[in-house]
Design a protein. Structure first.
Length: 66
């Protein structure tokens, strides 16, 4: 069984990793202390298409197979 990422999955993995390093790591302690995720962070994730990635396309999602 081949568990390696497809090219598309690898691009997504790198993109999410870079986003996390740039946007999340810097505020992770604050998020933990406040027990909330800032709306601005959620908005950025939505703009990147990360919200609803695995929701089928016919329901408005990306239909990703992650």
């Amino acid at each position: 069984m081949d568990f390696s990422f497809s090219e598309e999955q690898e691009i997504l993995r790198r993109t999410v990793k870079e986003f996390a390093e740039k946007e999340i790591i810097t505020i992770s302690k604050k998020m933990e202390e406040e027990k909330r995720i800032p709306q601005e962070l959620l908005r950025k994730m939505g703009e990147m298409g990360l919200m609803g990635m695995t929701i089928p396309e016919e329901w408005g999602g990306a239909g990703a197979d992650m």
